[in-house]
Design a binder for this molecule. Structure first.
Ligand code: SAH
Length: 353
């Protein structure tokens, strides 16, 4: 509940009673806007923990990747570090500290919607320049773009196969409870031909906002040069089904209970995003599990070096490494997708198998 009057749930209820069911996109978009603006949800005392908050090694290895590709691209200067949804700024601080050791000292641009998180970012990366979206980020230099757990927070759209054909999946009311309902308009034309006759109840989920951002990132990589790392939990191939979930205080909760008070996310469809990037001429370096990526960048050696320097933290460091790379933790579910401008070199860590 918010303290400034009506909860988002009450606002949605009034809206639905007056004008009918709302789209998933509106429900998820407004819920997350409300959720992120007011608070810092990260960390042990918050709702969820992200890779950069687990260990400094995560951001350091990202910084190493960026420095490596930048050096092999001929050390262009100036160069921009652009991060989407930087959270507390931890990843950026760790990556930039590491990159600086290799001579990479980029101009820093953050795309962040939340006032509370911007304040945290000002503490960790005071030299950053803030933006509401990518549109105002300058275009005069190559761009090294990073986004960790950003795309999964963007609103999804869902279509559902009903007896009479495909419909948009909307959010309606049953008493005071939010429930998914099928919209009235036929949506068959929006569904790929091979899926038109799918079984009744089949759900197709897409993320128009993520598609739009990838389109813009790819266009900029082609125009400005540079590379991008997009890290998120998701699948490498598109598959049917709803993946919408809500997390509060480290627990999965009902996404339809109390909108605006839990983090709503959906799995990222990396296959579609890779196709969008390639359609603009950008090189898709690959989409690999986070565990494999961090191992290729030397997380094992990094852990042992840090442990040797601070033996009292050795156990903690090894546990953090396992959380980041183990198959049954973040290692498989999270994926890293790499993109680079056509004339840029291939990055390390994307060799498959
Ligand atoms: N990258 C950070 C934080 C992940 S949480 C980490 O790994 O710890 C998601 C981040 O994206 C937050 O910073 C949130 O405020 C931001 N965000 C979510 N939706 C956004 C939007 N539509 N526009 C700008 N920022 C957004």
């Amino acid at each position: 509940m918010s303290d400034d009057g009506a909860s988002l749930g009450d606002i949605f209820r009034r809206l639905i009673r007056n004008t009918g069911p709302i789209s998933f996109t509106q429900y998820m978009g407004e819920s997350n806007a409300r959720y992120y603006t007011a608070k810092d949800p990260l960390g042990g005392a918050g709702d969820f923990v992200t890779a950069p908050e687990i260990s400094q090694m995560f951001g350091e290895l990202i910084g190493l990747w960026l420095a490596d590709i930048w050096i092999r691209a001929g050390r262009p200067d100036p160069v921009l570090y652009v991060e989407l949804g930087p959270g507390r700024g931890t990843l950026a601080a760790d990556a930039l500290r590491t990159a600086a050791r290799y001579g990479l000292e980029p101009e820093v641009h953050f795309v962040e919607g939340s006032t509370a998180l911007r304040e945290a970012q000002m503490e960790s990366v005071p030299q950053a320049i803030w933006h509401d979206d990518l549109a105002s980020v300058p275009q005069y230099a190559p761009m090294l773009l990073v986004a960790n757990e950003f795309l999964d927070a963007l609103p999804v759209r869902q279509l559902v196969r009903m007896e009479q054909g495909w419909r948009e999946r909307m959010v309606g009311l049953e008493g005071d409870r939010f429930v998914p309902v099928a919209g009235g308009q036929p949506m068959d034309a929006a569904v790929p031909v091979e899926l038109r006759d799918a079984d009744e109840g089949t759900i197709l989920e897409t993320c128009p906002a993520a598609a739009a951002i990838l389109f813009e990132i790819a266009g900029r990589l082609e125009a400005q040069g540079g590379a991008a790392l997009l890290i998120d939990y998701g699948h490498a191939e598109m598959r049917p089904g709803s993946t919408l979930q809500a997390v509060r205080q480290h627990r999965k909760v009902d996404p339809f209970a109390d909108p605006g008070t839990a983090d709503l996310t959906a799995l990222v469809d990396f296959a579609t995003l890779a196709r969008i990037a390639q359609s603009r001429g950008v090189k898709w370096l690959g989409t690999v599990p986070q565990g494999a990526f961090l191992r290729a960048l030397g997380i094992a050696t990094r852990t042992e070096n840090l442990a040797a320097r601070a033996p009292q933290y050795a156990e903690e460091l090894r546990l953090a490494r396992d959380r980041l790379v183990a198959d049954d933790q973040m290692g498989q579910l999270f994926k890293v997708m790499g993109l680079a401008a056509r004339e840029w070199p291939d990055g390390v860590g994307f060799a498959q198998g």
